[in-house]
Design a protein around this ligand. Structure first.
Ligand code: HEC
Length: 159
């Protein structure tokens, strides 16, 4: 009896909370009680095949690339030499993959998010997770600003 009682109480409380709990707008209610179903996470192979749509996770949502800007690329190369060559060589594998040709396998947004947000990318992004499995090292966050990461991206476009 006792446990039935507490279940009853819990149900009533829940009903009350649902009825009163924040927001009167239909929209908000919908968001709260009927979240859109989460897409099944992609496998590494699926995500690689779909790379043109993979923007990664992080601050960079959309970039329009124009012609390669050589000044910006030079700045990017300096940053890269300083902060990335401990683990990356431009055209062969080291601790991490070579960035040569990266623009033919990743979107610019993905590349910048990988630079700016490598920990989350390695845990939650399907390609990032696959790379972590493959290289067995988490890429270190080098604390670049978005501007610096953009410059490195420009350098990668010249490789
Ligand atoms: C501590 C070693 C380390 C440092 C320092 C490092 N990386 Fe990485 N990087 C990795 C590893 C390892 C991977 C493979 C992914 C993983 O395991 O997280 C990777 C992956 C990447 C990728 C994805 C490559 C691909 O083929 O998809 C990019 C882009 C990248 N790094 C850029 C950079 C840049 C730019 C810097 C410097 C700002 C940098 N990394 C510094 C280790 C490092």
């Amino acid at each position: 009896m006792k446990s039935k009682g507490s279940i009853f109480l819990a149900v009533v409380l829940f009903a009350l909370m649902s009825a009163c709990g924040g927001g009167s707008g239909e929209k908000e209610k919908k968001g709260k009680f009927a979240p859109p179903p989460k897409a099944k996470p992609m496998t590494y192979e699926e995500a690689k095949a779909d790379w043109k749509n993979q923007k990664g996770l992080g601050p960079v949502k959309s970039i329009d690339l124009g012609e390669v800007e050589s000044e910006l690329a030079k700045k990017g190369e300096k940053i890269y030499v300083l902060k990335c060559t401990a683990c990356h060589a431009p055209d062969k594998e080291k601790l991490g993959p070579a960035p040569k040709g990266i623009m033919d396998r990743r979107t610019p947004e993905w590349v910048m998010n990988m630079i700016l947000n490598p920990e989350e990318m390695a845990m939650k992004d399907p390609i990032g997770r696959g790379l972590l499995m493959k290289y067995n090292t988490v890429m270190a966050n080098q604390g670049l600003t978005e501007e610096d990461a953009r410059a490195v991206l420009e350098y990668f476009r010249t490789l």
